[in-house]
Design a protein around this ligand. Structure first.
Ligand code: MTE
Ligand code: MO
Length: 454
């Protein structure tokens, strides 16, 4: 847990580049309310061995009070660097970024074969999730399927049922689009109360990629699907979970649903459904069937296990709501966020992510006083439909406790609800579709905590 908190520290602040021991010291100092650690650390280094070394090299600049890291020429400025492909022909992140990992949640039952990992949102920039950090949700484990043997069958209400090979699919006209995918259970553990410490675990079941593939409508037309009577399709995966989901035909005829093989410029990762997955923009993750092997055209919803008894919402009336699959407008501040530490008073860039399953995010407001006052954040463009949208806003921290929140709006006029508003409609016993406003408490020590404001 301690390690998780450390990995969630403020990016771009100097402590992010300290050794794990150094980070622990900063953490302890912040707890005691002392925030001058960095200055002390530099002073100590300058007065110590590093300072003397600089003088011994005949460096004319006095090092007293100076920073040896700028005064001394490091080995990488004087020696020969590594040659190409010495990393094995496929590049990896810097070893100094080893803490940036997808992780299992401390808020969920730990099993021997974990089925969920969370993306480290606190460490990511912009809107694209690096493929190796994409969250994972496997109902029956993941596979690395041989693409030469993978097939996609189109059957049901079609003139000529078809079986496609990967080669056949990849010859067809393709599109590339940036979309978010969010598991319907993202933020589920917060329904009752604050449950986990960091944004990785509260919101890390959302990711965003550029997907490349063939619009499903193209394949349906090739098979001569009956687009008048065919009101729904069933999508089926090739893994042992027999993942099956009903998709309404309107989403497909609009051209939005893609049979994707590409992710962020390369083939899908095995964890994301290599070699073929369904991309259903705006709809909860479970409908994005991985290892896609069959599409059946039908005239009514299929009521499969994954939609009749799973992925349903228990309402306060005791009734279950089915097929509530659109991911409504939502946002979260990723820095400062739970587990991070502000090292001193002064300027900070508050940054976060917003998204809506109904189209474009049009506005994000940010509060630093628990929702009493709001300022409108800057959206980093171009804002795309059904994609993560990055927002930023300036903030000068006065060193007093602050509660940071973000509230997103989308092009339908929907405003992200408070917990009070959400619970009034949904109660507290749901699992799925929690899009309430998230609050982070910045304490006087600079430590940031997950809290709920009703
Ligand atoms: N074939 C198959 N497709 C699947 C799943 C699965 O277990 N098997 N999990 C679903 C769920 S619940 C989610 S949230 C997303 C997760 O996608 P990811 O692992 O690429 O993040 O895939 C969906 N598609
Ligand atoms: Mo999911």
């Amino acid at each position: 847990m301690q390690e998780d908190l450390i990995s969630g520290r403020i990016r771009k602040a100097p402590e992010n580049f300290l050794t794990p021991d150094g980070i622990k010291t900063v953490f302890a100092e912040a707890k005691q309310g002392r925030r001058n650690f960095i200055r002390n650390a530099f002073a100590a280094a300058a007065a110590g061995a590093a300072g003397t070394a600089a003088l011994a090299q005949g460096n004319p600049v006095p090092t007293e009070g100076g920073d040896p890291n700028i005064l001394n020429l490091p080995e990488h400025s004087t020696g020969l660097g590594q040659g190409v492909a010495s990393d094995g022909g496929y590049g990896h992140p810097s070893k100094y970024e080893a803490n940036v990992q997808r992780r299992q949640s401390p808020g969920l039952t730990q099993t021997t074969q974990a089925s969920v990992s969370f993306a480290p949102l606190q460490s990511l920039f912009g809107i694209i999730t690096p493929s190796g950090l994409h969250f994972e949700r496997h109902h029956q484990g993941w596979w690395d399927i041989d693409p030469s043997k993978h097939r996609l069958m189109i059957n049901g209400m079609v003139k000529s049922p078809k079986v496609f090979t990967m080669d056949e699919i990849m010859r067809l006209p393709s599109v590339s689009r940036i979309h978010f995918i969010e598991c319907g259970a993202n933020t589920a553990v917060e329904w009752g109360n604050v449950a986990v410490p960091t944004v990785q675990y509260t919101h890390g079941m959302v990711s965003c990629s550029e997907f490349t593939g063939v619009p499903l409508i193209t394949l349906l037309e090739l098979a001569g699907a009956d687009l008048k009577k065919g009101k729904f399709v069933l999508a089926e995966g090739a893994d042992g979970s027999s993942m099956t989901r009903t998709i309404p035909m309107e989403l497909i005829t609009s051209g939005e649903v893609i049979v994707a093989y590409g992710q962020n410029g390369e083939m899908l990762r095995p964890e994301q459904g290599y070699p073929l997955r369904l991309v259903v923009p705006g709809v909860q993750g479970v409908s994005w069937v991985k290892y896609l092997r069959r599409i059946e055209v039908g005239d009514m919803p299929y009521a499969t296990k994954d939609e009749a008894v799973h992925y349903i919402d228990l309402l306060p009336s005791g009734q279950h709501r089915q097929y509530s699959s659109i991911q409504e407008c939502k946002s979260v501040v990723t820095t400062p966020s739970g587990g991070q530490v502000l090292l001193d008073k002064g300027f900070y860039n508050i940054t976060g992510l917003a998204w809506s399953g109904r189209g474009k995010v049009t506005r994000v407001d940010v509060s630093v006083d628990g929702g009493r006052n709001w300022r409108t954040a800057r959206l980093e463009g171009p804002v795309q439909r059904k994609a993560l949208t990055r927002f930023n806003i300036d903030w000068v921290w006065d060193g007093k406790p602050a509660i940071i929140q973000s509230r997103a709006m989308d092009e339908t006029g929907f405003v992200q609800p408070t917990y009070k508003q959400l619970r009034a409609v949904r109660g507290t016993r749901s699992i799925y579709h929690n899009n309430a406003i998230q609050s982070w408490l910045v304490q006087e020590s600079g430590e940031v905590k997950n809290v709920q404001v009703s």
